[in-house]
Design a protein around this ligand. Structure first.
Ligand code: 5RP
Length: 223
């Protein structure tokens, strides 16, 4: 199977997960990226069950609206039943690196509100140790150089992502060459650097459920 076929398979499994477990009329949180896009196209088939959706990016909001799915403002709702999103890497403890699409801050906000975080991935994303994928950090523009110097002290190589302005008007610095043995500790440490909005480690609030597509089908893991 190609990687896109695996993403399609896991998107279908996530649609069924949502249809089976999200109460009718409840709010669905929706992630960003190519796997999330497959999911949006699938979940459109059960859109009448949804009370609406919270989007983790402008791109996701546009795709949801294109399917006639009602996109709500997070400030107008009290709860999100399930949040479905992809990841760049996920480890056995359900900690993730996210933000390859630059939407990490809004993704982290939606994840913080959601009761259940369902991560949808193809098998290439499952790793023993996080860090092979560069760790994205969203940075206030005037703090770019300061934050990059501080990130370099952690042992990685920070690189400004070219031609990228986030939905929040900020920059992304990707940290290459990290071996992340303490995801919670590193997530907290990077968030303490003045000028950082947030970083792409989702460890303090990791996934609750992983739907993982491989050549033998989609496996479900729970925390
Ligand atoms: C976007 C993300 C995505 O979930 C992550 O980059 C995975 O993307 P894809 O499904 O395209 O591989 O965090 O900010």
């Amino acid at each position: 199977m190609t990687q896109d076929e695996l993403k399609q398979a896991v998107a279908r499994a996530a649609r069924d997960y949502v249809a089976d477990r999200l109460p009718v009329g409840a709010i669905l949180g929706v992630g960003t990226g190519s796997t999330a896009n497959f999911f949006i196209d699938e979940v459109a088939a059960v859109k009448d069950r949804l009370g609406g959706a919270i989007a983790s990016s402008e791109a996701t909001a546009k795709r949801l609206a294109g399917h006639g799915i009602r996109v709500l403002d997070l400030n107008d709702i009290d709860a999100i039943g399930i949040y479905v999103d992809g990841a760049d890497e996920i480890d056995a403890g359900m900690a993730m690196v996210k933000g390859g699409g630059g939407a990490l801050t809004r993704e982290k906000i939606v994840a913080a509100v959601a009761d259940t975080f369902v991560c949808i991935c193809d098998a290439s994303k499952r790793v023993q140790t996080l860090g092979r994928y560069p760790l994205p950090v969203e940075v206030i523009p005037m703090a770019r150089a300061h934050v990059s110097r501080e990130l370099a002290k952690l042992g990685g190589t920070p690189k400004l992502r070219a031609d990228m302005v986030t939905d929040n008007g900020n920059l992304i610095v990707d940290v290459h060459g990290l071996s992340i043995t303490d995801p919670v500790g590193l997530e907290e440490r990077i968030n303490q650097i003045v000028g950082v909005v947030t970083n792409g480690l989702f460890a303090r609030r990791g996934a609750d459920v992983l739907l993982l597509a491989g050549k033998d089908g989609v496996q479900t893991y729970t925390r």
